[in-house]
Write a protein that binds this ligand. Structure first.
Ligand code: IYR
Length: 225
């Protein structure tokens, strides 16, 4: 099949080196100011911000452009309560043994436990589902490619968008979280990847004193001598 082509904005208006530098610096500063929080204010957040953030997320690159994702934005108290109850049930099993000592040791500095009040306090939860396969118009299965990679990139954009809007997020992954399919009414081909908690941080929220790895630990150059 012939491929249809169009022009991208970047090739029309190229930025100068100075502009690129300034924008990269600005974006880095914005991103480095993000912290995961676990205490949320109950203050409402306009659903339009959630909508725009999901639209930004859904611009992510994906395997064969299959866009294998679904986002469920949950704002009603009954559904949030159902999610909290189901998540806490799983988390109790996790903290009481399923995690094992090594995993609990790795988490200890975060001070987390099985109580998840933020699942009710925060104004929004966004459940992100990965479509392991799709279906065509005749209901036949369509193989999807690079699903976790694609959906994870979309989640990164979602978090970046919400942060740039001035909201806090918690990348929550109660394990297992199959209960989200039932509560959100999503089909079996969809696997919940993340339950993103979104809102304003509670007043005087504290976050663990953690640091990010040094550049030299994460960035390795291969350049001509
Ligand atoms: N899902 C649990 C445990 C947990 C696991 C990891 I890895 C974290 O980075 C944080 C928490 C919980 O939310 O408490």
């Amino acid at each position: 099949m012939a491929k249809a082509v169009e022009t991208v904005a970047h090739s029309i208006a190229r930025k100068t080196d100075a502009q690129m530098m300034a924008e990269a610096e600005q974006f880095y500063e914005l991103m480095q100011s993000r912290r995961t929080v676990r205490d949320f204010s109950a203050d409402p957040v306009d659903p339009e911000i959630i909508r725009l953030a999901v639209r930004a997320a859904a611009t992510a690159p994906s395997g064969a452009n299959q866009q294998p994702w679904a986002f469920v934005a949950i704002g009603d108290p009954e559904t949030k309560r159902a999610i909290r109850l189901a998540a806490e049930e799983e988390e109790r099993g996790f903290y009481k043994g399923r995690a094992g000592e090594e995993w609990l040791g790795a988490l200890a500095h975060l001070g987390t436990d099985s109580d998840k009040p933020f699942l009710e306090t925060a104004p929004w939860l966004i459940a992100i589902f990965a479509q392991r396969w799709g279906t065509d118009s005749e209901g036949r299965k369509i193989k999807h490619y690079y699903v976790p990679e694609s959906v994870s990139i979309a989640i990164g954009l979602l978090i970046a968008s919400l942060h740039s809007a001035g909201l806090a997020t918690l990348t929550h992954t109660p394990s297992p979280m199959g209960f989200l399919n039932q509560i959100c009414g999503r089909p079996d081909n969809e696997k919940p990847l993340v339950l993103l908690v979104v809102g304003h941080p509670a007043e005087n929220t504290r976050v663990p004193a953690i640091s990010r790895k040094d550049e030299a630990e994460v960035l390795f150059w291969k350049t001509a001598p």
